[in-house]
Design a protein around this ligand. Structure first.
Ligand SMILES: Nc1nc2c(ncn2[C@@H]2O[C@H](COP(=O)(O)OP(=O)(O)OP(=O)(O)O)[C@@H](O)[C@H]2O)c(=O)[nH]1
Ligand SMILES: [Mg+2]
Length: 433
């Protein structure tokens, strides 16, 4: 099955906690602090894997987590960094960030990769909090949480030429004839349920990639038939071969088909109808087909279209069609090699989520919740088991305006305050020393 869309959650590793530890030496009962720093959490990285063709793997797995950093240990040993989680994606993967609500990358080149979730920083060990006035800090910093992001992946085929047309007109037959692709071909509509890619090689060894797309019918842009789910692949192509069944084997009027499909393209996205279209009048091996060629050709040429009568079945007329497609492609700056991705786009990083301002709100009768990027990050790394760290955090609450925000939100003695992973009871009494 061809899966070309997937939603995934990526979760980077939490940083390792710093360590609280003191030197113990035979002649120095109260040695200096020597707790090491925690390691950084691993990142989640999307990486283009050239031999991957669909997003099928994401059907079975949609959450990707990187390893957490290890905690620091004594003797100032830092914890090991967490391993990155590398998630392979096929070339042509467009990445959307669901929280930012926009596209953040278009991954096309082998080896191209993007960090989509940053690992949390490791916490500092008590050794790094020692100062002349605080020689024995009994606290450390906890590792910061890893970033979590929600992404939609969308695959857009990297084809130069797309073959479009009603079901059964012979699109798959054409790609089977001109390339090594072996699509299913059958005398009923909607044989092709997923795009097929084929590489056409010319005598001078230039190549082009063509895509045989599932048939389109009236209403496709609203989801009729196989709907518009494959139209996005058309967006990437440089030109289209619009195939008509000249023999009108199924009783439809080929010219009407032509207009209907162009209307569908337009309704889906106006840019699509502006792509150059070369018309292939197929099935001219059938008497009905050959007979209608002059009339169809005249009508389409009057609209400025290049028209090629062919038979995908016998091969008649296929070469002139391909030559013309090739000529038009190169006229549009086609290169045989996919366009190189600039060096600075090989290693990408997802843009940060906007910072959230500090705010406090009451959630129920005895609870208030404080949110804000800065204070939440801070709260996540405070070692609440250590009095010194708690005292420091309390000063931060005052300095950063959290207490003021709580008062504005109507905090009362005894209320519970929640900040990220931290929960405490609000009181105006001086702490007992
Ligand atoms: N006589 C004749 N039959 C053809 C020709 N090209 C295709 N056919 C037949 O038309 C039928 C449909 O061909 P396909 O290539 O599967 O058509 P398609 O456009 O890919 O169809 P969908 O995948 O359903 O959209 C098959 O029975 C083919 O054998 C042709 O040039 N001449
Ligand atoms: Mg087909």
């Amino acid at each position: 099955m061809f899966i070309d869309e997937a939603e995934i959650t990526v979760r980077a590793g939490k940083g390792g906690d710093g360590a609280v530890s003191f030197r113990r030496e035979a002649f120095e009962p109260r040695g200096g602090p020597n707790g090491g720093d925690g390691g950084d959490g691993g990142a989640v990285v999307l990486a283009v894997k050239p031999d991957m063709r669909t997003l099928l793997d994401f059907r079975y797995r949609d959450v990707f987590k990187a390893e957490r950093g290890r905690s620091g240990t004594s003797k100032k040993h830092s914890g090991r960094n967490g391993q990155d989680a590398v998630v392979p994606v096929p070339p042509g993967t467009v990445v959307h960030d669901l929280d930012l609500g926009r596209q953040v990358a278009d991954l096309v080149a082998p080896g191209q990769h993007m960090i989509v979730a940053h690992g949390g920083k490791g916490g500092r060990g008590n050794a790094s909090f020692a100062t002349p006035s605080r020689q024995a800090p009994r606290f450390c910093q906890l590792g910061a949480p890893g970033e979590e992001r929600h992404l939609r992946l969308e695959l857009r085929l990297l084809a130069d030429v797309g073959i479009i047309g009603y079901p059964n007109v012979g699109k798959s037959s054409l790609i089977a004839r001109v390339s090594a692709a072996k699509p299913e071909i059958a005398p009923y509509p909607f044989t092709t349920l997923q795009p097929n890619l084929g590489v056409v090689q010319f005598e001078d060894f230039t190549t082009m990639v063509i895509a045989d797309l599932p048939g389109l019918i009236v209403g496709a842009h609203e989801g009729v038939g196989l709907g518009d789910q494959f139209l996005r692949h058309v967006e990437r192509t440089k030109l289209l071969v619009h195939m008509l069944d000249a023999s009108a084997l199924e009783g439809r009027d080929p010219l009407q088909d032509f207009r209907d499909i162009n209307r569908e393209l337009e309704l889906y996205d106006e840019r699509l109808v502006r792509l150059e279209q070369i018309v292939a009048l197929n099935k001219i091996d059938l008497p009905d087909g050959r007979e209608r060629v002059p009339e169809l050709r005249a009508a389409l040429e009057a609209e400025g279209r290049a028209v090629f009568p062919i038979s995908a079945a016998t091969g008649e007329g296929v070469e002139p069609l391909l030559d013309h497609v090739r000529e038009r492609l190169f006229a549009r700056g086609h290169t045989v090699e996919p366009e190189p991705v600039p060096e600075d786009e090989m290693e990408l990083e997802i843009p940060a989520l906007p910072r959230r301002e500090l705010s406090a709100r009451r959630v129920d009768e005895e609870t208030l919740e404080v949110s804000g990027t800065r204070i939440e990050n801070l709260a996540a790394t405070v070692d609440m088991d250590a009095d010194e760290a708690v005292a420091w955090f309390q000063r931060q609450l005052e300095e950063q305006g959290v207490l003021e925000a709580l008062r504005v939100a109507g905090v009362e003695e005894g209320d519970t305050v929640v900040i990220g992973p931290v929960e405490f009871v609000y009181t105006t009494e001086e702490p007992r020393r």
